[in-house]
Design a protein around this ligand. Structure first.
Ligand SMILES: Cc1cc2nc3c(=O)[nH]c(=O)nc-3n(C[C@H](O)[C@H](O)[C@H](O)COP(=O)(O)O)c2cc1C
Length: 243
């Protein structure tokens, strides 16, 4: 399949076959991740491969996202990482002040996300399936302990990667003209929302599994009806970031 078609066929995969990824393929995934663009060439991310079954189970428990009884697929954790840069500055007796800023944190989160998505696109181009796991942030302090995360790092998300046991239907995206503006920001209008809700209602009713009476607006409302992961700022402060 052409890369473009593969990208448009993306769906998150939440169950994998028992086929293992070869050493070579894993290496290619890591190189694909590392080849992403990086703000000011800081390369402010790290990748942690989880091979310890007990650790994987604990991470899945934190994320409330158990996969194939911990047996199939690989789990990788993407970490926004300014610790490496702190080491460079410390070795030169430089101040860490500007490393601790929200702007630096954003840079490192963006770098981690770009690396992850480069890895995801490569994975899907060779027939693998992926699913991001933001649920690891349900308990940042426990994740820090499990992974020995040092100061100035932040676990952004995990990613399952493996050979798909099955694939879901593609979820229809927002209309492109609500996402792409020309010269100015394009506002999402009530009409656009209505027509997208119709599309997503049909998607949720007609898909093969986990059929639901809902639509995109309802999903958005549910998502924002209560606070989520309110210990994030506390965690980031403890990791050495200054707000
Ligand atoms: C940063 C991020 C975190 C995510 N975390 C989870 C998660 O914890 N559990 C889960 O089931 N899906 C997770 N997903 C997958 C999204 O739910 C999924 O991408 C979205 O519903 C669109 O579906 P699709 O990927 O099949 O197109 C995450 C996706 C992203 C980008």
């Amino acid at each position: 399949m052409e890369l473009f078609e593969t990208m448009l066929q993306h769906t998150s995969v939440r169950s994998f076959t028992d086929q293992k990824l070869s050493h070579k393929l894993k290496e290619q995934l890591f190189l694909a991740a590392q080849s992403a663009s990086s703000s000011n060439f800081l390369q402010a991310f790290s990748l942690i491969e989880i091979t310890d079954t007990k650790k994987r189970k604990m991470i899945e428990q934190i994320a409330k996202f158990p996969i194939d009884n911990g047996d199939n697929g690989e789990l990788y954790i993407f970490v926004a990482d300014l610790n490496k840069h702190a080491q460079v500055l410390t070795l030169n007796n430089d101040s860490l002040e500007h490393l601790r800023s929200v702007e630096s944190l954003v840079v490192s989160i963006v770098d981690a996300a770009l690396a992850a998505q480069s890895m995801a696109v490569y994975a899907e181009s060779v027939g693998l399936g992926i699913c991001y796991v933001g649920g690891i942030r349900n308990d940042l302090f426990q994740i820090k302990e499990l992974l020995d995360l040092p100061e100035l790092t932040y676990p952004v998300f995990g990613m399952f990667v493996g050979y798909p046991a099955g694939k879901n239907e593609v979820k229809p995206r927002l209309p492109i003209d609500s996402v792409v503006g020309t010269n100015t920001y394009r506002t999402l209008t009530p009409d656009m929302i209505d027509s997208y809700n119709e599309k997503t209602t049909a998607y949720y009713q007609q898909r093969n599994s986990n059929i639901q009476e809902t639509n995109w607006s309802e999903k958005v409302r549910q998502h924002f009806e209560s606070p989520r992961r309110s210990d994030t700022v506390d965690f980031l402060k403890k990791q050495g970031f200054v707000f």
